[in-house]
Design a protein around this ligand. Structure first.
Ligand SMILES: Cc1cc2nc3c(=O)[nH]c(=O)nc-3n(C[C@H](O)[C@H](O)[C@H](O)COP(=O)(O)O)c2cc1C
Length: 184
């Protein structure tokens, strides 16, 4: 069983990473980490977009830029940890997902315009923490859920969040312990 841990929680002492590690420990599975705090992942630019588009058109995914997508495609389970930043996700996670969402590697489109998945994963877990409270219109998990549903078509998507961690007076340890306790 291959589990891929995509870690965008790279602040020293990160509470998001603490929760994610507790989750991984509970699962007692071996996993591989993509540490987004220490990799050279960049958003597509004028030059790399040409390679991306040409590769997709020719269905030739030998360029290194597709390595993340291949690794993601082959994982049987995925855990993503990311703090809630600017009402969304950290930019490096967005750039990573831009590469993961390579048409022809992790998903493709049928002749009738419907998407189908090329991913193996049957389960994805998204873990976050926020300094304040995440609004109902959640642009972080909402984005991940849209990709998981439409492109990767992962049947089980779980979401764990610890909120209000930067609010003075909140019992941070208790909030984190409650989230960890709720995780299955
Ligand atoms: C760049 C940046 C942007 C942030 N944006 C938000 C935000 O929009 N809403 C919020 O509630 N907290 C925000 N925070 C606070 C973090 O969500 C909060 O401190 C979180 O617990 C950090 O996770 P960590 O302990 O894993 O680093 C932001 C923090 C940083 C550094």
């Amino acid at each position: 069983m291959s589990l891929l841990f995509v870690n965008a929680a790279f602040r020293e002492g990160s509470r998001t990473k603490t929760i994610a590690e507790a989750y991984l420990k509970k699962g007692n599975k071996n996993y591989k980490t993509v540490d987004l705090g220490n990799v050279d992942v960049r958003a597509l630019n004028e030059e790399t977009l040409k390679t991306y588009n040409q590769s997709v058109a020719e269905h030739d995914f030998m360029d290194k830029m597709f390595d993340y997508a291949k690794e993601f495609r082959d994982a049987e389970e995925i855990v993503i940890a990311a703090p809630f930043w600017n009402y969304s996700i950290p930019a490096v996670l967005h750039a990573y997902l831009e590469l993961v969402c390579s048409q022809g590697v992790t998903f493709d489109m049928a002749a009738d315009g419907t998407y189908y998945s090329l991913c193996k994963a049957k389960k994805l877990t998204y873990i976050t923490t926020a300094g304040g409270y995440i609004p109902a219109e959640d642009h972080a998990f909402g984005y991940i859920k849209a990709l998981a549903d439409v492109f990767w078509q992962i049947p089980e998507v779980n979401y764990y969040k610890a909120e209000g961690l930067d609010i003075v007076g909140n019992d941070i340890e208790k909030i984190i312990a409650e989230v960890i306790g709720s995780m299955i």
